[in-house]
Design a protein. Structure first.
Length: 133
């Protein structure tokens, strides 16, 4: 996918290591149900909503936006995909308008600051539990 070509496996929850290669995605659960099934609390067929914030971090503003666009496309491709062995069935996604910002980062080994560009995409994920065929 375009997303894999851009970020590879550089997708982490909550924080990335200082100096981690860019572009990358850091995501945060900010509302609703967790996507994971914790101890079988979620019954099959119960529709849930989860809100995730995705920070698409890159070397340039255009690259950060490119990662956000690829993220949205990858999620749309997963819509209504039925997991054969059970898991989460994605009913759909509601994408908030993304916003972009930048900051200066000070490297751990020097005082040289570098620009960090980020496009933030909040996504509401509508999903149900699927126990498989």
């Amino acid at each position: 996918t375009a997303l894999a070509a851009l970020v590879g496996e550089r997708i982490t929850r909550q924080q990335a290591k200082q100096g981690a290669k860019r572009p990358r995605i850091v995501f945060y659960h900010i509302g609703g149900e967790e996507l994971a099934d914790h101890g079988g609390r979620e019954q099959e067929g119960d529709e849930r909503q989860t809100v995730i914030q995705f920070d698409c971090i890159a070397l340039t503003p255009d690259s950060a936006e490119e990662v956000a666009v690829a993220l949205r496309a990858a999620l749309e491709a997963a819509r209504e995909t039925v997991p054969a062995a059970g898991g989460t069935y994605f009913l759909g996604f509601d994408f908030d308008a993304p916003f972009s910002d930048s900051a200066q980062s000070v490297a751990a080994t020097s005082q040289a600051a570098e620009a960090v560009y980020r496009t933030v995409q909040n996504i509401t994920i509508n999903h149900i539990k699927h126990h498989g065929e």
